[in-house]
Write a new protein. Structure first.
Length: 110
């Protein structure tokens, strides 16, 4: 799947300069990690966001947000945001803030 440079720029603008944030090519696009833990990803027409198991109901209630599926396996705690969602500054920022809060609550990686 092709990368989405415009989406990557939007996400990068939100996360750039935050301590611990790095980028890595994964999932056919670009991902952002905080201290080595996946926060979100961007690829053509799709923003992947890690909200954590049990923390994603509010996002799934939004039009244009669906559960993340890898092959045929659901990935609980991850959602996919459509272009209509991530193009909305308020919604994109809300999703990214929630993802950062969740990832920062996880124990340190060994």
């Amino acid at each position: 799947m092709a990368r989405d440079k415009a989406l990557e720029a939007l996400v990068n603008d939100e996360l750039e300069g935050r301590p611990g944030i790095t980028q890595k090519a994964m999932f056919g696009g670009l991902t952002w990690l905080w201290n080595g833990k996946l926060v979100c990803g961007a690829r053509a027409g799709l923003m992947l966001v890690r909200l954590g198991e049990g923390n994603d109901a509010w996002a799934l209630a939004l039009d244009g947000v669906t559960p993340m599926v890898s092959g045929s396996r659901p990935m609980t705690g991850w959602v996919r945001a459509s272009p209509e969602v991530y193009a909305n500054d308020e919604m994109r920022q809300r999703l990214l803030r929630a993802a950062l809060e969740f990832v920062q609550s996880l124990p340190p990686k060994p």
